[in-house]
Design a protein around this ligand. Sequence first.
Ligand code: GTP
Ligand code: MG
Length: 370
Amino acid sequence: RGAMTVGESAKLLHKDASEVIKKLITMGVMATINQELDIETVLLLAAEFGVEVEVKIAVEDDRFETVEEVDDEADLKSRPPVVTIMGHVDHGKTTLLDAIRSSNVSSGEAGGITQHIGAYQVENNGKKITFLDTPGHEAFTAMRARGSQITDIAIIVVAADDGVMPQTVEAINHAKAAELPIIVAVNKIDKPGSDPDKVKQELTEYGLVPEEWGGDTIFVNVSAKQKMGLEELLEMILLVAEMNEYKANPDKRARAAVIEAELDKGRGPVARVLVQHGTLRVGDAFVAGNCFGRIRAMVNDKGRRVKEAGPSTPIEITGLTEVPQAGDPFMVFEDERKARSIAEKRSITQRQSEMGSNVRVTLDDLFQHI
Ligand code: GTP
Ligand code: MG
């Protein structure tokens, strides 16, 4: 009665069956390789792995729905790189972001200086770059654990007067674990006594060797305070982006990641999301974590209301039933009925995994849920 077996799902998602079975356990579903999973569980599984799949209804009967991976090379369009700035406390991450943003705000968007969402886009020589405020290490790890990698490039900020510190190393480890290209921004070079070469020297210990010393890590000396080196930093980001050819299909139902969310007194639950592929539109029915809803309004990083948002666009949305969590995958579905049913299924599997081993789940219980 299911859509496909665990083994078939594994093939679809390009994972080992054992990985799929393990993932299912974390979702509270005990399954063997030949067990059939219904369409919603397969979609849920795909979302957990961060793999995009699309449902095609072959016959009217739900039971004959099939799930297919999509995206022909021809459908993929270039998208802006998503850049996260990381580094030790007080090394100047926020100042650097502010400097980049303020020197990028054109006179026509004076209001753009006020940051509306925890992410924003700048344009350099006609090319866009999306910046994310440093997510707390926890959110970063949570997102990775869920397979939703939202960052393309990591910028590690190191203050030239302070050098490599514990959180610098943590940031490097996070970026490496996520296999992100790293650009080092050696900051505060305006300070007397700052020693950018010492920072370079220290970082070689962590495998970050500058090009002039025979390595392949890009280093840029900057002063966030004096707005020095910003143009070069942006150019380097675009260079890395060009080499990696970040692409997404904008012509499909949107998938996004929740960056942050909160309950707003006037507007209810509000979430800031980053669109990963597809185009998000006002009126779309979606699931975010265990919540579902329909997009009521969207506001961009400049504080303007917009009707749609494509890949790599950060956007604030309203129309949620509850407040989702940072790192939650966000997916658009064909209608609210499907969205609701997936959100409910998610709540059930989450509750089951929270109950963990304290509860003995019988096979009969499981079959009722899958
Ligand atoms: P946390 O968010 O707390 O981790 O700090 P942060 O990395 O965002 O550092 P922040 O931008 O808040 O800067 C910390 C201090 O360093 C502030 O007093 C800044 O004014 C100062 N600072 C940042 N960049 C520079 C710089 O290029 N030169 C000098 N001289 N000071 C800077
Ligand atoms: Mg800061």
